[in-house]
Design a protein around this ligand. Structure first.
Ligand code: TNX
Length: 542
């Protein structure tokens, strides 16, 4: 007993010192020191601070619906940090002190649609932009600078450093791709994915909706694609698919976060799930194939002179399947799929895949891509394909996504196509961090957090200039990942650096400065329940 008393009396000073220290923790007053990611174009601190309290209201200038929606999201974002959700009200004219004021219109035209002007004084937080998208982006900045609760006096608890931020993106395409084909992820999981990337100002979510292992989007005129082709996944799990209503729900959820969904149906290769669903899509020709992983692969086909569907495939080999140019049903299938997909996709783009068609004859491949170009155009969409589409007759109506071959990327650019930069050695976030990573592949590289940050889209491929590049996108292929935790482990923290590559001009980026800001996002990720990889190259703060 005596021993315990002695221990307690020894502990009391420790507790008191701890409390005193946390009270000494000064509220933030230097806006320039805040760890905003992506790093803004300009931050000027005034040395003052604004106090967010339970009485703070978010006032929205006018009754604009889009802006009210942004305000409501800002309110719930603030409440996740502070525990109180500011009321949202519309107003005309600048509100009284102690409040937040959102304004659309009248900002500098040079900041464009996604830029914002955030001005914080002791009295008022004013967030102004040309479009609601810009107000949304500015709201993410604001959410990043509200400190998590510390031991301040109640009214000082959520002080925000004052000053002004003027900010706009370097690239208009800041994308993240999720492969829902190798492993299926539910609508709720995709929504969480959207929440996580929108906080870092991504504006594109590319969904890889079909592959050898699974067909994930309902096509009403070809129901077996999902009924059978969607019924499994890598490793033999039960797979799944989105009904068209569920897909529209994802698209709308993304749109309210200023993210455009890019649906991809991978053609003419990566197509086993369709070949397994419909006998008439099979050519009956067997093509010898040696894959990347040299694992057992089924060749497509048919046997006994009869058309038969292939077996479902649950391995991870790539490049062994193809549609057949000569089969009459092939283009009925493609036309139906693209038409239905275009009908449920409000965004301007459709991605037709086009990668790794290793068992498609070159002349057939070219003919396929040429015909996809026409079909996508007839559906009033712009075609995106992986860089191999450079071999076809593409022009400035097409967009090519660079992943592995500089030659194809250069050829696409020389034909006038715009380029999305997804170099696999830098931003393939399905690559392991190092040889000990519990998930991921490593055929392209091991990619540590600094490796994926240290590169510049505009100088990555010789001969492809800044003005030919739409931006950056990091794919997350899902051969080795099956759960949300798995997604988070490979995505974070590398995806945060990709956000900065897309938003912040290269001359304002520097790993040694960035890694300190990133370290300060550790507690933010924790608060969001994100299971990130604690790279030893980042000086985490806790
Ligand atoms: C290559 S990148 C692929 C995918 C795989 C990925 C695995 C590309 C266009 N094709 O089919 O999932 O590697 O890292």
């Amino acid at each position: 007993m005596k021993f315990y008393l002695r221990m307690v009396s020894l502990l009391i000073p420790v507790i008191v010192i701890g409390l005193l220290q946390s009270c000494n923790n000064e509220p933030p007053t230097d806006l320039a020191k805040e760890s905003i990611i992506p790093k803004p174009v300009s931050v000027v601190a005034t040395g003052e601070s604004f106090s967010l309290t339970g009485a703070t209201v978010i006032y929205v200038e006018g009754a604009n619906e889009a802006l009210m929606n942004v305000a409501n999201q800002l309110s719930s974002g603030l409440s996740a940090i502070t525990g109180f959700a500011p009321k949202v009200e519309s107003t005309t004219g600048s509100p009284k002190e102690g409040n937040i004021y959102l304004v659309m219109g009248g900002a500098d035209s040079k900041i464009g649609a996604e830029g914002y002007d955030l001005n914080i004084t002791e009295d008022l937080v004013t967030l102004k932009a040309n479009e609601a998208a810009g107000v949304y982006m500015g709201a993410q900045t604001l959410l990043q600078i509200v400190p998590a609760a510390r031991a301040y006096a109640p009214n000082d608890r959520y002080r925000i450093a004052a000053g002004s931020v003027i900010d706009y993106p370097n690239y208009s395409w800041r994308g993240s791709m999720l492969d829902v084909a190798r492993h299926f992820f539910t609508v709720e999981e995709v929504k969480r994915y959207i929440d996580m990337i929108s906080y870092y100002k991504f504006n594109v979510l590319h969904l890889h909706l079909s592959d050898d292992q699974g067909w994930r989007i309902e096509i009403k005129s070809w129901p077996n694609l999902t009924a059978h082709g969607g019924s499994t996944e890598v490793g033999g799990g039960e797979g799944g698919f989105y009904t068209q209503e569920q897909y529209k729900d994802i698209v709308a959820y993304a749109a309210s976060r200023y993210i455009t969904v890019i649906p991809e149906i991978d053609l003419p290769g990566h197509i086993n799930s369709a070949l397994a669903s419909y006998a008439e899509l099979n050519s009956g020709i067997q093509v010898p194939f040696e894959g990347r992983f040299k694992g057992p692969v089924q060749t497509q086909g048919i046997l006994d002179g009869k058309q038969k569907p292939t077996e479902l495939y649950t391995g991870i080999e790539v490049g062994f399947s193809t549609l057949s140019l000569k089969k009459p049903s092939t283009f009925k299938f493609i036309n139906d799929v693209i038409r239905e997909l275009a009908e449920i996709t409000p965004g301007p783009y459709l991605h037709i895949g086009g990668d790794e068609a290793h068992v498609t004859k070159k002349e057939d491949y070219i003919e396929f891509i040429n015909r996809f170009t026409e079909i996508v155009k007839a559906n009033n969409k712009k075609m995106i394909g992986w860089e191999e589409i450079a071999q076809a007759n593409i022009d400035d109506n097409a967009i090519a996504q660079h992943w592995a071959s500089e030659e194809y990327a250069q050829e696409a650019a020389s034909k006038g196509a715009k380029i999305i930069m997804s170099p696999s050695k830098k931003v393939y976030l399905d690559m392991q961090y190092d040889s000990t990573s519990r998930l991921g592949l490593h055929w392209a590289a091991y990619i540590e957090v600094d490796d994926s940050y240290n590169w510049d889209p505009a100088t990555r491929v010789e001969g492809i200039e800044r003005n030919q590049i739409m931006g950056v996108e990091s794919p997350l292929w899902s051969e080795t990942i099956a759960t949300m935790d798995d997604i988070e482990y490979l995505l974070f923290p590398r995806i945060i650096g990709v956000a900065e590559i897309g938003w912040t001009p290269v001359e304002n980026r520097n790993w040694d400065e960035y890694k300190v800001r990133l370290a300060n996002h550790g507690p933010k990720m924790k608060a969001k329940g994100i299971d990130f990889y604690r790279s030893s190259r980042v000086p985490w703060v806790d």
